[in-house]
Design a protein around this ligand. Structure first.
Ligand code: ADP
Length: 384
């Protein structure tokens, strides 16, 4: 890391989506040279990074070739090729998150196993080779409805999450291997973003409450801070801290949690990278999650995660019935509202529920933030 702050330090990001774009922008003040690898030539980060490499982050050769010319390699997508990252590490490159840890996270089954082995609160689960095996388990009453089934790998934004309420739901599952999970009676969905550097220093951002989009398993908006008792707030950040320590991750770990009707917290899943649930830290915190990730992976002192003020983040999702070249409505009106910041990722095409941008809303009062979210939702449209 001697080259850091010499203007010739080269950071590689596997993935050039919105997270890669915002991470690239956070590297600019330190004059870091950023390369991004993505399979789409008009990926969001392509317009802001110094060198953009067309290639598949899941492909061994593409990742190896990409990483060879760089000083440090990180990810913006959990699906990067782990074997290539291991090889880059063996060749002396700095790779964060560690490929072994990323491998655990990539598989929702091994994530659950990790939580169980380390005694983290996580729903009861079982691994299944295929849907027929789940049918047998239900017939034997090992599992009973309702429960949740997830494909073990390659899921994101709720793709690969299925609610099981009847035998027909099992029948309708795709061909894949699965993890079945107890269905938690969720009263709140929360997220804690933790950060750690190589000296073992750890900080956590304030817990946020995630509000899911009706009928789609993805986040509509979030509010920071979450409306929780002091006790639960502390328990949530303690879980974030303990989990990043258990993984020994350098950089960020975003931890999604469920709070159930008995006020018990459960770990849903985690991601060792900047996360959708930390976007609001760009404007809302003393140190954004993106700068924090750079500090963590470069083994620098961590920045203060303190919030400047309450904030909200609204995902700008593609309209359900529109797919094609994107058109935004209502943004100018929203910019006239106090504390509203607009982020457009630059994806050319919209489709149902695609994350096309987000808005951060800053304010003194959480209730006012909620009102503003609802007002913005009546104004903004992501359509064709
Ligand atoms: P993804 O990785 O695609 O975001 P998640 O594992 O976060 O998928 O699941 C998406 C959503 O599905 C969650 O936000 C939650 O609303 C619901 N969900 C997932 N697992 C469970 C569970 N065990 N019990 C109840 N609801 C769940």
């Amino acid at each position: 890391l001697k080259k850091l702050f010499t203007s010739s330090f080269r950071l590689g990001i596997l993935g050039g989506g919105q997270l890669g774009k915002m991470l690239t922008l956070a590297a600019a003040p330190w004059d870091i040279h950023v390369s991004c690898l993505d399979s789409s030539s008009d990926a969001p980060a392509s317009t802001v990074c110094h060198s953009f490499v067309l290639g598949d982050l899941k492909n061994y050769d593409d990742v190896l070739k990409f990483g060879e010319a760089l000083d440090i390699i990180t990810i913006e997508s959990d699906h990067a090729n782990v074997e290539a990252l291991k090889e880059l590490k063996a060749r002396g490159k700095i790779v964060h998150p560690d490929p072994e840890q990323l491998k655990i996270v990539q598989d929702k089954g091994s994530q659950r196993q990790f939580y169980a082995d380390k005694n983290f609160p996580s729903p009861r689960f079982e691994l299944f080779e295929n849907k027929e095996a789940i049918q047998i388990a239900v017939k034997k009453s090992v599992w009973s409805f309702p429960f949740v089934v997830k494909t073990r790998s390659a899921g994101y934004d709720g793709k690969g999450v299925f609610m099981m309420d009847a035998m027909e739901d099992i029948e309708a599952l795709p061909e894949a291997s699965f993890v079945a999970e107890e269905k938690v009676k969720i009263v709140k969905e929360l997220s804690v973003v933790a950060a750690r550097n190589g000296k073992g220093e750890v900080v956590c951002y304030q817990t946020v409450e995630l509000f899911p989009y009706p009928d789609a398993h993805l986040v509509d908006y979030l509010i920071c801070p979450a409306d929780l008792s002091e006790k639960i707030t502390k328990e949530a950040s303690d879980l974030g801290r303990k989990l990043i320590e258990a993984f020994q991750i350098q950089g960020l770990l975003a931890v999604e949690l469920f709070l159930d009707e008995n006020q018990k917290l459960w770990i849903n899943e985690c991601s060792p990278r900047p996360h959708n649930s930390g976007h609001h830290t760009i404007e809302g915190a003393w140190t954004s999650q993106y700068e924090q990730h750079l500090r963590g992976i470069c083994n620098l002192p961590l920045g203060s995660p303190k919030m400047k003020m309450p904030s909200a983040m609204l995902n700008l999702l593609g309209e359900a019935n529109a797919s094609g070249p994107v058109r935004y409505e209502g943004l100018v009106d929203c910019l006239a509202m106090e504390g509203v910041k607009v982020h457009i990722y630059g994806k050319k095409e919209t489709k149902a529920y695609r994350k096309m941008g987000h808005m951060t809303i800053l304010g003194d009062d959480v209730n006012r933030l909620k009102e503003m979210i609802h007002e913005i939702k009546t104004k903004v449209k992501v359509t064709i």
